[in-house]
Design a protein around this ligand. Structure first.
Ligand code: MG
Length: 430
């Protein structure tokens, strides 16, 4: 057992995070490998679209159990060297994002602002919110959740060097200009590219483009405004995986791309790993009870150095065991003051990042807790939801069962609560 020392109040504060750390109210600073080289860079993510073709808010549709816009934000949160991430949403959605979506998916330090009815209005609002000192800005559609991280870093490098770059794909189909239902012309396909995002610009250049072009001429494409200034916009070949979710079919295609990636992209057999975890904590009057990341008020709680969440401790050991890592006591020592009263949900988020860094994806976890009381079945939905959000998976991937010990032994005498967990993960082929 890792946290069996007395004292320490449980907390439900912001989750500690390795990738996205909030340094002040408006700026996301991401730890950078080595020195903080290169220009100070911001990302603007317009996500205020009406989803007319989807018939629903496409930004929040689940893609592999994770909302589209959350997937997009995670790519940028994980990118090294970004000084600021600006998310532009519909004004009426601001409270929902601020109070629910961003905190419950552990997305911290995002600059959240209201957008306009048209895309260009949202990008203009984003530009106005760019922090002082930022010299490079990447504009990326919130509805492109499968941008390969390597393409993001490459477009930032090229944008920093050349001032304006967009991702695109050479046209595969013949393109015709059409008017009144008839073909007007057939441009030579060899010179035609279909444009994606991110589009990366020197901030001053994009600001000048927006300032000099009249509102009627503003378009769905930021590069075209920069072109009108006479500036050179460079092209970088994008990826067919970087699709924009605009229809229900796109969502199915995106699911297929995720499956393709999980299979190593070459139809290789996945490497499956299983892990097992066990934990037990003593009960004591006066302690808060935390189980599965959920606070159960009015119940006798568990004793521990952290919040003593026995369910999450067993789960963490199962996850770590699946990838051959040592147990949670190695990562969060019980004699370390930093973990006094720590939220186990926050520790689980760090374990999840450890797994992601090792190329492991959770397939499912199954949990059994043995407690004479309280009755946990009514809380199982909330517990599954909470764990799924921390691990970035769907609640269906988490099993949660509670049983009593039929009055037998120490658990039966309500001296403590114990939990067992198994987890199966898939390792990416390297
Ligand atoms: Mg423990």
């Amino acid at each position: 057992m890792k946290f069996e020392t007395e004292g320490g109040a449980a907390q439900d504060g912001p989750l500690p995070s390795i990738l996205c750390r909030r340094d002040d109210e408006h700026v996301t600073r991401v730890p950078v490998r080595g020195a903080n080289r290169g220009p100070k860079t911001a990302a603007i993510i317009p996500a205020a679209g009406r989803g007319r073709r989807m018939g629903a808010d496409k930004m929040l549709l689940p893609l592999g159990g994770i909302p589209v816009v959350v997937r997009t934000l995670r790519i940028f949160c994980a990118a090294p060297g970004l000084a600021q991430i600006i998310l532009v949403v519909r004004p009426e959605d601001l409270p929902r994002y601020r109070e629910d979506i961003l905190p419950s998916w552990n997305l911290e330090g995002i600059t959240l602002i209201p957008g306009g009815a048209e895309r260009w209005q949202s990008v203009a609002a984003g530009l106005a919110a760019v922090a002082d000192g930022v010299t490079l800005v990447a504009v990326h559609d919130g509805a492109r959740p499968l941008l390969p991280p390597g393409l993001l870093s490459r477009s930032l490098e090229v944008g920093a060097a050349l001032g304006a770059v967009v991702l695109g794909m050479p046209a595969v189909d013949t393109v015709k200009e059409v008017g009144g239902g008839v073909v007007l012309s057939t441009p030579n396909r060899r010179g035609l590219w279909l444009i994606q995002t991110p589009q990366v610009f020197a901030v001053d250049l994009l600001r000048a483009a927006y300032a000099q072009v009249g509102e009627g001429a503003k378009s769905t494409d930021d590069a075209s405004l920069v072109e009108r200034l006479g500036a050179k916009v460079h092209l970088l070949e994008g990826s067919p995986e970087n699709l924009k979710i605009t229809s229900p079919l796109d969502l199915r295609l995106a699911e297929a791309i995720l499956d393709f990636r999980a299979g190593g992209g070459k139809g290789k057999r996945a490497k499956l790993r299983v892990g097992f975890g066990y934990d037990i904590h003593r009960l004591a009057v006066g302690r808060p009870l935390w189980l599965g990341g959920v606070h159960l008020p009015g119940e006798v709680g568990l004793v521990g150095h952290s919040d003593a969440d026995v369910v999450l401790h067993a789960l963490m050991d199962a996850l770590l065991g699946a990838v051959g890592e040592p147990d949670i006591g190695h990562f969060f020592p019980p004699d370390d003051e930093r973990f006094l009263g720590a939220s186990s949900a926050g520790l689980l988020a760090q374990v999840a990042q450890n797994l992601a860094a090792k190329g492991a994806t959770l397939l499912n976890a199954d949990l059994t807790v043995v407690a004479e009381r309280p009755r946990l079945a009514p809380h199982s939905g909330e517990i599954k939801e909470k764990i799924a959000r921390i691990l970035g998976c769907a609640p269906e991937q988490i099993g949660f069962k509670a049983t009593t010990n039929e009055g037998l032994g120490a658990l039966g005498r309500t001296e403590g609560i114990a939990a067992w967990a198994v987890a199966m993960v898939e390792l990416r082929e390297s």
